[in-house]
Design a protein around this ligand. Structure first.
Ligand code: EPU
Length: 439
């Protein structure tokens, strides 16, 4: 298994471009199931999660190829397949986003029920409630969700849950409602920019969705959806992660294709902490612009509470916690989306961080020096937070199981090294052998 060997203490400098968004790409790819003609997506990042989604869609009868310009092209060749199998779904929870498109286009869907993940149980009850409201009959059998409907009929659906709305649930129901009879209103829809990006694709396929990006979606059903070409939005979490990496090394980096509008909550916290994120050209499109990230000499503490968009994103919580370890003073981080998403806390503590957890809240006692250590994380963003810590730490850090990172960051070590970091990808067996030789 690969791990990262990081030599800390190097200042990041230079220029980096943000890739297309993973969390936008996955439902966009699934939406190709709805189309009568080919769908082309530009800027799908080359990640293990998008690779898994390709595998799943091929299994569901789509042909996936590359255009000359490098876009991913999806075309239905076998519309009879309806089963998203456990061996693929278990590798990627986001497989659930084929449920709505499959049901709507093929009248039936069997999707293996996704299990929990490293940071909680992550139910799909809201997805199922929404589809039932559209007229689907749903039962659970052998760990699979069986969903069928002779016809989907528009209605008003309330999609709020105990932790806010649901992003992939909104994607599923919005996608299915595009071809339902009549009008669907989704109240308390997820406002995440990835939902707005999906609505843009669906509308260019012929759907009639208004309100995307806000909490009330109105979808007038149409008979069918056709071919379209779409450019995936830049990844706001990757952009925020690289900005945090610059900050923990007190660096100076220009980030291109920075989705500024989607990151206002993070930019606000950066500014309070003493990290400047300055737009290079205010006339540029703020959904995809160039920013320069620099830091003040002393970082200040902050209070961060994760919330649904436009609040502070849970997917940047671990990276900001690392940053706050370096601030002078005490910070408070509260997780309101996934109250158990704190696997990085114990690992950061191994590197000398002073963190006190009480339920969904962590007090970060800042001002100490992080010291390199072998660490391990069991999810994508926690791993990113640990890599940030390795960049800031004195000495060598080994971050184990970087396959988590490969799910969401395209060759992260190459990106960081191009900015002056020292991150080496090594096989942990080689590392163990080298250690034995050194003994
Ligand atoms: N929830 C329910 N019932 C449901 C669905 C969700 O109670 O039916 C709860 C969840 O347990 C959670 C909250 O609602 O407490 C929000 O979950 P949501 O459904 O919005 O999450 P998701 O759609 O499964 C996406 C991202 C996650 C990101 C969350 C929140 C993708 C592929 N995944 O998940 O991204 O954390 O939204 O913003 O888009 C990541 O990229 O590292 C990642 C985990």
């Amino acid at each position: 298994m690969d791990c990262f060997r990081i030599e800390g203490g190097r200042r990041l400098a230079g220029r980096v471009t943000v890739d297309g968004s993973k969390n936008a790409s996955l439902p966009l790819m699934a939406a190709a199931l709805l189309s009568d003609g080919p769908v082309e997506l530009e800027g799908v990042p080359d990640l293990s999660d998008t690779g898994n989604m390709v595998r799943l869609l091929e299994d569901l009868g789509l042909e996936v190829s590359r255009t000359e310009g490098g876009a991913m092209r999806f075309r239905t060749v076998d519309p009879s397949a309806i089963h998203a199998r456990y061996d693929i779904v278990r590798t990627m929870r986001a497989s659930i986003c084929v449920l709505g498109p499959l049901l709507a286009r093929r009248g039936r869907a069997i999707v293996s029920m996704p299990g929990g993940c490293a940071f909680g149980s992550r139910p799909v009850d809201l997805h199922l409630r929404g589809l039932e409201a559209l007229g689907a009959r749903i039962r659970l059998d052998g760990g699979d969700i069986h969903c069928e409907a002779d016809e989907l009929v528009g209605t008003t659906i309330f999609l709020g849950g105990p932790f806010g709305s649901t992003v992939l649930g909104t994607a599923n129901i919005m996608s299915a409602a595009c071809v339902a009879k009549g009008t669907t209103v989704i109240e308390s829809a997820a406002c995440e920019p990835e939902i707005a990006d999906l609505a843009r694709l669906l509308n260019s396929m012929g759907a009639r969705i208004t309100g995307a990006g806000g909490p009330r979606l109105v979808i007038e059903g149409v008979d069918r959806l056709g071919p379209a070409t779409h450019r995936v939005m830049p990844d706001r979490i990757v952009a925020g992660t690289y900005a945090a990496a610059v900050a923990v090394t007190n660096g100076d980096v220009v980030i291109e294709d920075f989705p500024y509008d989607s990151l206002l909550a993070a930019v606000d916290r950066f500014s309070e902490i003493g990290v400047r994120v300055e737009r290079q050209d205010p006339t540029e499109d703020s959904r995809r612009c160039s920013v320069r990230v620099t830091c003040e000499r002393d970082l200040r503490p902050s209070i961060i509470t994760t919330q649904p968009h436009p609040g502070f994103p849970t997917d940047l919580q671990a990276q900001f916690m690392t940053l706050l370890c370096l601030a002078r003073g005490n910070s408070i981080v509260t997780e309101k989306i996934y109250p158990e998403r704190f696997m990085h806390v114990a690992e950061l503590s191994r590197m000398g961080a002073n963190l006190i957890r009480q339920g969904p809240t962590v007090m970060v006692v800042g001002g100490g020096q992080l010291v390199g250590a072998p660490v391990m994380a069991s999810d994508l963003r926690a791993s990113a937070g640990l890599v940030m810590a390795g960049l800031a730490a004195r000495g060598e850090t080994i971050v184990n199981r970087v396959y988590h990172l490969d799910r969401g960051y395209v060759r992260m070590e190459e990106t960081l090294n191009a900015l002056g970091a020292s991150v080496e990808r090594v096989d942990d067996k080689e590392l163990a052998a080298a250690d034995t030789m050194a003994d």
